[in-house]
Design a protein around this ligand. Structure first.
Ligand SMILES: Cc1cc2nc3c(=O)[nH]c(=O)nc-3n(C[C@H](O)[C@H](O)[C@H](O)COP(=O)(O)O)c2cc1C
Length: 138
């Protein structure tokens, strides 16, 4: 079992000009996440990010301390924290490029929602992130 956290945030990057910046984030994350024994996935829609981080709680917390103060995004909102089996055991950070169509599944999570609705949206988003990682794995 792993401590698993899902958050969403609003990007402060401008696309397409800052497109390479996301690749830079992912590149920099691979070694640090692997060193910390953290796995997960990142989605960028051009407007928002969604990220799953899973591992030891101390390691995930350490990463979140960096990530939540990163000036490349704001309004970091933690959506779901659970102990569960890793969803991305083979990925230091799965990322499959810009996914604009997913934005309509992320944007509503910034509004106050009944817990059942938020859980429903979060599970659907997680399913998509897993699907992207599977496609990327081939
Ligand atoms: C949306 C987003 C996701 C990020 N995800 C990770 C990550 O999974 N792992 C990581 O090491 N850094 C990640 N970063 C970068 C960190 O915020 C930070 O810049 C980097 O870890 C260096 O940390 P430091 O400035 O505390 O040394 C992410 C940044 C953003 C904007």
């Amino acid at each position: 079992m792993a401590y698993s956290l899902l958050y969403v945030s609003k990007t402060l990057l401008q696309f397409p000009a800052d497109g390479a910046e996301v690749a830079k984030i992912v590149e920099g994350s691979l070694a640090r996440n692997a060193n910390l024994g953290v796995t997960g996935a990142l989605i960028s829609t051009g407007q928002h990010f969604a990220q799953v981080l899973e591992g030891k709680q101390a390691a995930v917390d350490e990463l979140m301390a960096s990530i939540s103060t990163d000036p490349r995004h704001m309004k970091v909102k933690i959506i779901r924290v659970v102990e569960e089996d890793r969803r991305f055991p083979d990925w230091a950070l799965a990322y499959s490029g810009m996914a604009g169509v997913v934005d309509r599944h992320i944007a509503p999570l910034f509004s106050p929602l009944p817990e059942s609705e938020a859980t429903h949206l979060a599970m659907r988003l997680l399913g998509m992130m897993e699907e992207f990682a599977r496609i990327q794995a081939g």
